[in-house]
Design a protein around this ligand. Structure first.
Ligand SMILES: *Cc1c(COP(=O)(O)O)cnc(C)c1O
Length: 396
């Protein structure tokens, strides 16, 4: 049996008549820039993530860029970003002329190592961008404590985690800004590019709204230099159809993860990640060796509501991850490495100082160990069992 990593049609095609009706309604309205569909989506998502302001954007990347612009971050400023993330997080920092300073990852949740983040704060540090990677919140208490102590802005990159919670609070609602993406592979997957920005501060949200449309207010009078970062009403209308089912999609992802964890953890050589090693990465190697670990399964922290954008395994041992990837791919099981190259090792960031790229050993290791397996909501039991059986066969 073949199992794709993601099957967007399995989610979208059952909604075809509703999606077509939403499209037709926008078509007939003749309103293709902003308007009621955008306003409605902004209100609905802001309410869902418990934020005062919601701002539809052209992409998750542009939402991060807009947040940095609204905060006035630019040349001479340093911004702390995780080194183990999708490129956009760091790329946006460079695009506003600031310097990304790369921070190592936690081996348990893959998120920013907040102790190492603290060690990289200088007089130039203006902001930190925690990423809620794979659908699980970063350690926001630690991030907010650092921000308070050092007067930093916090932009939560929630591209992979819209609706995930940290200690009962939706991610994106905790920092100064939160960003989300509607890229088709994200949990609220759209029909092309799209993103979203949230904030609770009135002045910051207003500034971001202004910058979203070339900084103009009224039209043709420009107080700031912004850009065109708007979400289309067509996209908003289609997303609203899926937003009504969002809780259901999340529950299905969580059920898929629970089944993987139950079945895979029963296999020899498979161990569960131990949240106790989060703050002491150095002690986990001995524990993994003692357990004879070949594969480590993801285990969310008890205080997090994980929404499983990815179910990511760690495959222990030189070359083993690539071997598992080949085995799965050869047998028709979709899988992907998020992410094979950390940001500190990207060619385009070689210009940053050695210090900005230093001390990222755990992330380098994760880049060689991580592999994500299919987790999309519509996976059937037979498909999940096929994935499990192929992993079992590889281990045997
Ligand atoms: C997808 C993603 C983005 C960018 O979102 P786009 O909508 O593709 O621009 C940013 N950060 C992270 C962590 C992502 O996964």
């Amino acid at each position: 049996m073949k199992v794709p990593l993601l099957d967007v049609n399995a989610q979208n095609l059952p909604l075809e008549s509703e999606l077509t009706a939403a499209f037709t309604s926008v078509l007939r309205s003749g309103q293709f820039i902003m308007g009621p569909e955008c306003d409605a989506l902004e209100k609905e998502i802001a309410a869902m993530v418990e934020c005062k302001h919601g701002i539809g954007c052209s992409s998750g990347t542009d939402a991060i860029l807009l947040a940095l612009m609204a905060l006035g971050i630019g040349p001479g400023d340093e911004v702390l970003v995780p080194t183990f993330t999708f490129f956009a997080t760091a790329g946006c920092v460079a695009r506003v002329g600031a310097t990304p300073v790369f921070v190592d990852a936690c081996p348990v949740c893959f998120n920013i190592d907040t102790k190492k983040a603290a060690a990289k704060i200088t007089a130039k540090t203006k902001a930190i961008i925690p990423v809620h990677l794979f659908g699980q919140a970063a350690d926001m208490d630690a991030v907010m404590a650092l921000a308070k102590e050092h007067n930093l802005f916090v932009i939560e990159d929630g591209a992979q985690a819209i609706g995930a919670k940290y200690k009962g609070k939706p991610v994106g609602s905790i920092g100064h800004f939160g960003t989300y993406s509607f890229f088709p592979s994200k949990n609220l997957g759209g029909f092309g590019d799209g993103g979203f920005l949230v904030a609770n501060d009135d002045a910051l949200a207003d500034r971001a709204r202004l910058l979203r449309t070339h900084g103009s207010r009224p039209k043709y009078y420009h107080k700031f230099v912004g850009g065109n970062f708007r979400l289309d009403p067509l996209q908003a209308a289609l997303l609203r159809v899926k937003l009504r089912r969002y809780d259901e999609y999340t529950k299905q992802r969580q059920a898929n993860a629970a089944r993987y964890t139950e079945k895979l953890s029963a296999l020899p050589g498979v161990v569960l990640a131990d949240p106790a090693h989060c703050k002491c990465a150095s002690t986990q190697d001995a524990a993994l060796a003692a357990a004879g670990a070949k594969i480590v399964l993801p285990v969310p922290y008890a205080h997090n509501d994980h929404i499983w954008n990815q179910y990511t395994l760690r495959v222990i041992g030189e070359g083993k991850r690539d071997a598992l990837k080949k085995h799965l791919t050869d047998n028709g099981i979709g899988c992907e490495v998020y992410y094979p190259v950390t940001m500190d090792q990207q060619e385009c960031f070689a210009y940053t100082s050695d210090w900005a790229r230093s001390d990222c050993d755990t992330a380098h290791r994760l880049a060689g160990e991580a592999i994500s397996i299919p987790i999309f909501p519509e996976l059937t039991d037979a498909q999940k069992d096929a994935v499990i059986a192929r992993i079992a066969a590889w281990l045997a």
